[in-house]
Ligand binder design. Structure first.
Ligand SMILES: Nc1ncnc2c1ncn2[C@@H]1O[C@H](COP(=O)(O)OP(=O)(O)OP(=O)(O)O)[C@@H](O)[C@H]1O
Ligand SMILES: [Mg+2]
Length: 257
């Protein structure tokens, strides 16, 4: 499992994933450099979440290979990928509404450390508790530590999800539509949160909101029908006629209009 020091954070070669008769992902090759910010755009059903699932190891690809930081993980279980530094958020919320922000972060941190799960009244100087407060500050929830998750705004819940992913000390952070359902003000907040993440964290973000995606990305991959169609920097993507046709034409209007 020796990994190259200069290896990309993520390398996909000819990756495909079939569900019965449905080829959700096919012929997908892609490299994301360490430290890069990559946005993945594409209409509903383009295979974006399937790509995340294949990278995180929720299920293996049915063809091709997945490398993380130079290690071939194609057939390795999710916990190995977590250990290599892959953390993600999900398109649908995975939060526990009855916990507080502090408890949620504490639990995410402890989960990572592989200790016992339930957050029983940690001491004030418990390192995990200190770390939870640090992460809350990074994601703009320093004043909400004691708030129950269910009492947070939708935008704050999305911020907390990013925080819980950060609790795993990611080298590769994958965010699946973090701005979905957010107000304009909340989207602006989330955009600066992502822009402000430490540059050594590689970020791959699936996002329908072009403003968010283009503001945070160094490079953009546009997917359609289960495979990457175009890759370029944000300016090239905005000017690309094919992208305007397949993506701007329907997806933005349908989802965010
Ligand atoms: N576990 C699964 N079992 C069966 N079919 C699946 C599964 N996951 C995804 N699919 C199908 O694969 C295709 C790609 O889905 P995927 O969720 O990757 O799209 P997406 O680009 O994330 O779309 P969206 O923008 O709506 O989130 C869809 O047709 C979807 O119904
Ligand atoms: Mg999706």
């Amino acid at each position: 499992m020796a990994a190259e020091a200069s290896a990309p954070a993520l390398r996909l070669q000819g990756v495909g994933r079939r569900f019965g008769a449905l080829q959700a992902l096919h012929d997908t090759s892609m490299e994301v450099a360490a430290g890069e910010r990559r946005a993945i755009l594409g209409p509903n059903g383009a295979g974006k979440t399937t790509l995340f699932n294949v990278v995180a190891g929720d299920f293996p690809p049915t063809s091709g290979s997945v490398e993380l930081f130079g290690t071939d993980v194609t057939n390795l279980p999710p916990y190995v990928r977590t250990r290599l530094g892959v953390c993600r958020t999900y398109q649908t919320s995975q939060l526990f509404m009855g916990l507080t922000v502090a408890q949620s972060l504490f639990l995410a941190i402890r989960g990572v450390q592989g200790r016992r799960f339930w957050p029983t009244r940690p001491k004030a100087d418990d390192p995990s508790r200190v770390r939870a407060a640090e992460i809350a500050a990074i994601v703009g929830l320093a004043d909400a530590l004691a708030a129950p998750v269910g009492a947070l705004s939708h935008g704050q819940q999305r911020q907390l999800e990013v925080g819980m992913a950060l609790a795993g000390n990611p080298r590769l952070l994958m965010l699946d539509e973090p701005a979905a359902g957010l107000s304009r003000a909340e989207r602006i907040n989330l955009t600066s949160l992502i822009q402000g993440l430490p540059r050594d964290i590689t970020v791959v973000i699936v996002e329908h909101d072009m403003d968010v995606a283009l503001a945070v990305a160094d490079r953009v991959t546009v997917m359609a029908e289960g495979t990457p169609l175009v890759e370029g920097n944000p300016d090239e993507i905005q000017d690309n006629r094919q992208v305007q046709d397949i993506y701007l034409g329907h997806a933005v209007g349908a989802r965010n209009g």
